[in-house]
Design a binder for this molecule. Structure first.
Ligand code: PLP
Length: 368
């Protein structure tokens, strides 16, 4: 990458660590066996998959039976929500989620509505947090599943997934949480979670691979039919290099979690101190607990699309807008939070190698 270019979009994706890539390479070249084949090539691939499973499950204290490899979080979300609904809707059909979820959850819920699910999309407060009273009210209506994310990908806002999970369970519902953004970045308490998704490319691993954790005893209807991979729950030839990379990336992320967290927290704290000196720059969800590597800035008087266009050659940043049929739509997340800076907000997401000097330069360029 061009040295003059600063990457501040780590929430969108991350580069593959060299250690991860080097473990993947043999499975992209010489060790090309299909893990379902009985011969030695197949056995080698199968062994690599089992090692990756062991690595992830030992790190997270999961049983290896509880992990399904997917093509990423989007697929894991689809399998969790649709699979759980299809297997259990004769019991209850009510799903509770929040308006600031990733589109993978919101669009899946929309589809489930089309086949008979009742979905409550809870409002959030101005800081993007679940409103406890609203959740309590919705929980009175026989919930099957509560699907509420841990960290929001646009604002970094962290929901209290321990409290929410407890509330779901007290009302007979299962709890799914999209932890894509916080996985490997924070020490997350997963005690109340029945299902969660994570993704390789958010944790310095490969794209196109991720996982779904499903607690023992939970029944899902498969979405992919074919072979018997994952005991028939997710048919299709295993993505061996991807799975190997995911295992290594997960292990490294958790081994380096405290060290990376400290670095990122310090950098972000310095950045925030500098932002606080600029009256025209505001932090969306200022008062909410947030991930240390994501910040969403409302910049008074600067249309975010125009600002990003001006900075595109120097900085990789994200605006809250989504392009829908060539029309830029304002962020559904900032809209749900009733942010005063919906059209003027950008997301800055940093990594352990982001320097204060780079962030200083960003502030200079924003204000020019
Ligand atoms: N959920 C959240 C919170 C995300 O940030 C993302 C990625 O942007 C996804 C789900 C989808 O992940 P994937 O790219 O692995 O499908």
């Amino acid at each position: 990458m061009n040295k003059e270019f600063t990457y501040l979009d780590y929430a969108a994706t991350t580069p593959i660590l060299p250690e991860v890539l080097s473990e993947m390479l043999p499975y992209l070249s010489d060790n090309y066996g299909n893990a379902s084949s009985r011969h030695s090539f197949g056995m080698l691939a199968k062994k690599a998959i089992n090692l990756s499973k062991e690595r992830i499950c030992t790190t997270l204290k999961w049983d290896t039976e509880e992990l399904i490899f997917t093509s990423g979080s989007t697929e894991a979300i689809n399998l969790a929500l649709k699979g759980f609904y299809l297997a259990n809707s004769s019991f209850r059909n009510h799903i509770i989620t929040i308006k600031t979820e990733h589109k993978a959850v919101l669009e899946t819920c929309k589809w489930l509505e089309s086949i008979g699910a009742t979905v409550t999309y809870l409002n959030v407060d101005r800081n993007g947090l679940v409103i406890k009273g609203e959740l309590e009210k919705a929980l009175k209506e026989s919930p099957l599943l509560v699907a509420i994310m841990h960290a929001n990908n646009e604002t970094g806002v962290l929901q209290d997934i321990v409290e929410i999970g407890k509330m779901a369970h007290e009302n007979g519902a299962k709890f799914f949480s999209d932890v894509t953004q916080s996985f490997g970045k924070l020490d997350i308490n997963l005690d109340q979670i029945d299902m969660l998704c994570f993704s390789g490319h958010k944790i310095f691993g490969p794209k196109g691979v991720g996982g779904l954790f499903v607690k023992k005893g939970i029944t899902l209807t498969p979405l992919m039919h074919g072979g018997q991979q994952h005991n028939g729950l997710r048919a299709g030839t295993y993505n061996v290099p991807g799975i190997v990379g995911l295992g290594k990336a997960t292990e490294l992320a958790f081994n380096r979690l405290i060290q990376n967290l400290e670095v990122v927290e310090n950098t972000m704290k310095t950045f925030i101190d500098k932002i606080n000196e600029i009256p025209s720059i505001h932090i969306n969800a200022l008062k909410a607990p947030r991930l240390p590597h994501i910040i969403n800035l409302g910049i008074e008087g600067q249309d975010s699309e125009k600002l990003l266009e001006r900075l595109d050659n120097e900085f990789a940043l994200a605006s809250g807008s989504a392009c829908n049929a060539q029309i830029m739509e304002p962020s559904h997340v900032l809209k749900a939070m009733r942010s005063p800076w919906i059209e003027e907000s950008i997301r800055v997401s940093i990594g352990p190698s982001t320097s204060i000097a780079e962030l200083d330069q960003l502030l200079v360029r924003i204000q020019e």
